[in-house]
Ligand binder design. Structure first.
Ligand SMILES: [Mn+2]
Length: 303
């Protein structure tokens, strides 16, 4: 029997979940297969695995409900029928009730991050797993922790995910390769922030202030939005060349989920995302910003 781990690929919580499960598999003499997933390919991975897996253990972690999952509902149902599926998450599951009716074990808390839930479930009492989970928590809850944020930079630099997971799973939290990737990424990050500043515009929408900016692809939405949030506007929108939108807020009166839904996306009140059906370029970004602002204004979601 093998253990299939499907967890988020972009942050420390997701890769930390992978690492703890890798450690667990090693201890339990199980073969582990890692599927590094994101919201845009989760349904695809589920369909693929539903076709090929029988009698295996599957753990899905750090991936919340999104409406794309409904399109893969039959495949997920099949995956749950033929395998032992555990879903471990801390995101908002509003709208996901249909999925939870399937034959799966659901472990959920909004107080802890996914890696902490994975650690408690699979590796309680293991010091290395506890440390991985602690770092993941610090990053997910935006706490100050130098190592956690440095590891996040290593992930954002495009460092090989399996190598990263393998190192963490062995209790290796820093090494020469991480250092090199981190150093390289500091330069890229600085260029990314400069670009963001040069392609930023502030709007007044429905009585609130909003900073919008076009970002380079390599600057993660977490870093880009944190940078914009420092401008102090009520909320921010990061726009990517492929049309991806990322919403974050400073003012808790704003419900970002409602805003993201205007653009066919979703998420939480505090952080949400969507995708425009068009490319955003240096030529059209200002026009796109105005369209976004207008659409939010006219919808009345800001009251
Ligand atoms: Mn998480």
């Amino acid at each position: 029997m093998a253990l299939h781990c499907i967890a988020h690929k972009k942050d420390l919580d997701g890769l930390g979940s992978h690492a703890i499960l890798r450690r667990y598999a090693r201890k339990a003499h199980l073969q582990i297969v890692h599927h590094f997933a994101d919201y845009d390919d989760l349904a695809e991975i589920i369909v693929e695995l539903a076709r090929s897996l029988r009698g295996e253990r599957v753990v899905i972690a750090d991936l919340g409900y999104n409406s794309d999952l409904l399109s893969a509902r039959d495949a997920l149902s099949e995956l749950c029928r033929s395998n032992e599926v555990t879903w471990i998450d801390h995101h908002d599951w509003q709208g996901g009730e249909e999925i939870l009716k399937l034959r799966l074990r659901f472990i959920h808390s909004t107080r802890l991050c996914a890696a902490e839930l994975v650690q408690r479930e699979f590796m309680s009492g293991d010091k290395v797993s506890y440390e991985i989970a602690r770092l993941a928590h610090a990053h997910d809850f935006r706490e100050e922790d130098e190592l956690a944020w440095k590891l996040y930079d290593v992930i954002s630099s495009g460092y090989d995910k399996l190598r990263f997971v393998e190192a963490l799973s062995r209790g290796e939290f820093w090494n020469g390769e991480f250092e090199e990737a981190w150093t390289r990424y500091q330069l890229a990050k600085q260029k990314g922030y400069t670009y963001l500043e040069e392609h930023m515009e502030t709007f007044r929408i429905g009585g609130y202030t909003c900073a919008m900016a076009l970002s380079r692809k390599y600057l993660s939405s977490t870093l880009a939005s944190l940078h914009l949030q420092q401008k102090g506007t009520d909320f921010v929108v990061v726009v990517y060349p492929d049309g991806k939108l990322s919403f974050r807020r400073n003012n808790p009166a704003i419900n970002l989920r409602l805003i993201a839904q205007l653009f066919g996306g979703g998420g939480r009140e505090v952080a949400a995302g969507a995708k425009l059906e068009k490319e955003v370029t240096e030529q059209n970004y200002m026009k796109v910003f105005k369209e976004i602002a207008e659409k939010i204004e006219k919808s009345g979601v800001l009251g």
